[in-house]
Design a protein around this ligand. Structure first.
Ligand SMILES: NC(=O)c1ccc[n+]([C@@H]2O[C@H](COP(=O)([O-])OP(=O)(O)OC[C@H]3O[C@@H](n4cnc5c(N)ncnc54)[C@H](O)[C@@H]3O)[C@@H](O)[C@H]2O)c1
Length: 429
């Protein structure tokens, strides 16, 4: 199939790079977002999210005239839906498909025979078939016979999105073979990785399996760290030694699992088959409990939390990104504050970010001023490289807690710190 025009719904971490990359590869793209602020920022030549290289790419796409930003869709050869799929409010951990539904409804007036519609939003299995197709068919056109419909999971790594968008292998699942092939023709415009065709439900399941597999493997690393703490074993050394086995690759423990994908997507699998997913559910529970485990570690280290002055470094859900969604670092800071600690947070990618009960600091110096303890919650490069001598000079106490196992123990010791590392013995025994 030949594509000249494309309409991308949702201009966030996924939709904006995708729309811009298609535009810089010659397609005329209309990028749609219902958030007026997002549209205004982009129209002013700015970018509302932090991703290396994205600003330059977006500006190139807009200056070329190939990317136009709007609050409403337009007719196009193809439509890509990249809107959020969070968990619904409430305790039942179900996918909130309201954004996918609204985006699908918004293109009904514009869809024409021969068009391709692709869902990129991470979704429970059968969403393309059971949710998106019936909405689009309100146009009077039949999915499959009148227009193509496909699902493609997005697997890019924040911080590396622009490169991975092009280089990663891409799975494209059609509701029929012709839809999968139409999807391949669209993404082949810029994808240099392998393009693998399958059916829509398999493609939806692939994405959920990938993130569930990661979640379970992080959960077991966190479990190992807890056992190591109790036994007085150094988990970081133990993992390094275990990973010398040719078929073992244990992941790194930490303060928990966050972000818009790994901490959420496993629930989409669980909602589909709760009786068949006990390991998935337990892993979610283990990782969700990890911030409380870290708070307990801090509590024991400081011999109580009430009134203790603590600097919490990092709030993002992982290193070197500005994304705070579902961040375990925020949960640790919030819990410390709720236990009576005086917590000052510093997130270099978003210094204004506010955690309930804690005080945001505009700089590292301001965060560290007069605190008794510093806790590393996110292993941003800038925090990995901290000079312990300088840190010591800025704070009044001498306790440091490393939840990522990245600070050089000898250097922190010789700077006069009492350094405690997650998974290194005895603290939570
Ligand atoms: N961020 C990631 O690293 C990542 C990776 C893989 C998959 N995903 C999946 O991709 C999807 C999008 O995630 P994201 O991180 O880009 O989300 P995001 O929140 O950064 O962006 C989504 C955008 O969609 C807009 N939007 C909401 N409803 C809309 C509608 N009806 N029409 C047009 N725009 C609408 C929002 O205003 C927002 O700007 C999610 O399903 C997510 O799980 C994300």
């Amino acid at each position: 199939m030949d594509f000249q025009t494309l309409c991308v719904l949702g201009l966030g971490y996924i939709g904006l790079p995708t729309a811009s990359t298609f535009a810089t590869h010659g397609l005329r793209v209309i990028g749609v977002d219902v958030d007026r602020h997002v549209v205004d920022v982009l129209r002013n030549g700015e970018v509302h999210i932090h991703e290396p290289g994205l600003r330059t790419l977006v500006q190139a796409a807009i200056h070329s005239g190939n990317l136009v930003v709007s609050e409403v869709p337009e007719a196009a050869d193809a439509f890509v839906i990249a809107v959020p799929t969070p968990l619904s409010e409430g305790a039942d951990k179900q996918a909130d498909l309201s954004y996918v539904i609204a985006a699908s409804e918004s293109i009904v007036p514009y869809i024409q025979p021969g068009n391709l519609v692709v869902l990129e939003s991470t979704s429970p299995p059968r969403t393309t078939l059971d949710v998106v197709a019936p909405i689009l068919e309100r146009s009077g056109l039949q999915a499959g016979s009148d227009f193509h419909l496909a699902y493609t999971p997005e697997r890019v790594l924040p911080g590396q999105i622009l490169r991975e968008l092009i280089e990663n292998a891409r799975v494209i699942g059609g509701i029929d073979r012709a839809s999968a092939e139409a999807g391949r023709d669209l993404y082949a415009i810029f994808v240099r990785g392998e393009i693998l065709l399958t059916d829509a439900t398999t493609a939806e399941m692939v994405k959920l399996m990938e993130n569930t597999y990661r979640d379970i493997n992080i959960a077991v690393a966190n479990e190992f760290a807890r056992v190591a703490d109790r036994l007085g074993v150094d988990i970081w050394e133990a993992i390094e030694l275990a990973n010398r086995h040719p078929r073992i690759d244990i992941l790194r423990p930490g303060p928990g699992v966050g972000g818009h994908c790994i901490s959420i997507d496993p629930w989409f699998l669980v909602q589909t088959a709760p009786d068949l997913t006990p390991i998935t559910q337990q892993a979610r529970q283990t990782n969700d409990d990890q911030p409380a485990y870290v708070v307990n570690l801090v509590n024991q280290t400081l011999d109580g939390l009430s009134g203790r002055r603590i600097a919490a470094l990092g709030l993002a859900y992982k290193s070197d990104v500005d994304d705070l969604r579902e961040s375990p670092a925020i949960e640790v800071a919030r819990l410390l504050a709720s236990e009576g600690a005086k917590v000052r947070t510093y997130e270099p990618f978003d210094p204004g970010a506010v955690v309930p009960g804690a005080e945001p600091a505009a700089s590292l110096e301001m965060a560290l001023q007069d605190v008794e303890a510093v806790i590393l919650l996110v292993d941003h490069q800038t925090f990995r490289e901290l000079d312990p001598q300088q840190v010591k000079g800025m704070m009044s106490g001498h306790v440091a807690i490393d939840t990522h196992g990245v600070w050089d123990r000898a250097a922190w010791d010789s700077a006069g710190f009492e350094l405690h590392v997650l998974g290194v013995g005895g603290e939570n025994a």
